[in-house]
Design a protein around this ligand. Structure first.
Ligand code: GAR
Length: 201
């Protein structure tokens, strides 16, 4: 399955996916494009170093989200992309992409959804005082981090955690959870029944 990864920043989850692929753990996945909304995203460098095609488009250059996503979609179609992995892509996905890739867009979020959606998952979990947090890989729908859940991993929250320390502990689990979910998707081993995602492995 030909995949595009979308990233806005560091790109460590994208790297984890590439590493999993290198190790033979994603036999049906081919990363054919890295898209970023940010010109200086480190993820773009990661892709270039690996010889993976990149695309950067700034939403500021488009009047509407639909126009922005149409421009992305032209390239996705050119490259025959079949599914999308959001990997630290800090933007809402609109109807244009959702309709082009129904149940074909995955996202990773640094909290145990449905708790603490949005841009500040770590901070919100710490401030709430939960004792367990983690990460969630889910299908993307029109809401904010609301789509059907594919994989979750839990970590403990310690009394002396800072946002950065908790984020680092969760990130280790993200790097395991995301390849697992992408492998299931690309091998056709996921069936979605309403909100529930059934693993066929
Ligand atoms: C990851 O922790 C990811 O879960 C989070 O951004 C980070 C990106 O790191 N995503 C979100 O918060 C989405 N709402 P990375 O660029 O090193 O993969």
């Amino acid at each position: 399955m030909r995949l595009a990864a979308f990233a806005s920043g560091r790109g460590s989850n994208f790297e984890a996916l590439l590493t999993a692929r290198d190790r033979g753990n994603l036999p049906e996945a081919e990363f054919a494009l890295l898209f970023s909304d940010k010109a200086d995203a480190r993820a773009l460098d990661v892709a270039r170093q690996r010889g993976i095609d990149t695309l950067h488009l700034s939403p500021k250059d488009f009047d509407t989200r639909a126009a922005y996503e149409e421009a992305i979609l032209v390239v996705l179609r050119e490259k025959q992309i079949e599914a999308i992995c959001l990997a630290g892509y800090m933007r809402l996905v609109g109807d244009t992409l959702l309709e082009a890739y129904p149940r074909r867009i995955l996202n990773i979020h640094p909290a145990l959804l449905p708790s603490f959606p949005g841009l500040h998952g770590h901070r919100d979990a710490l401030e709430y005082g939960v004792k367990i947090s983690g990460c969630t890989v889910h299908f993307v729908d029109a809401g904010v981090d609301t789509g059907p859940i594919v994989v979750q991993r839990a970590v403990e929250v310690r009394d002396d955690d800072t946002e950065d320390i908790l984020a680092a502990r969760i990130l280790l689990q993200e790097h395991e959870a995301y390849p697992e979910a992408v492998d299931l998707l690309t091998q056709g081993k996921l069936r979605v029944e309403d909100r529930r995602v059934i693993r066929l492995d």
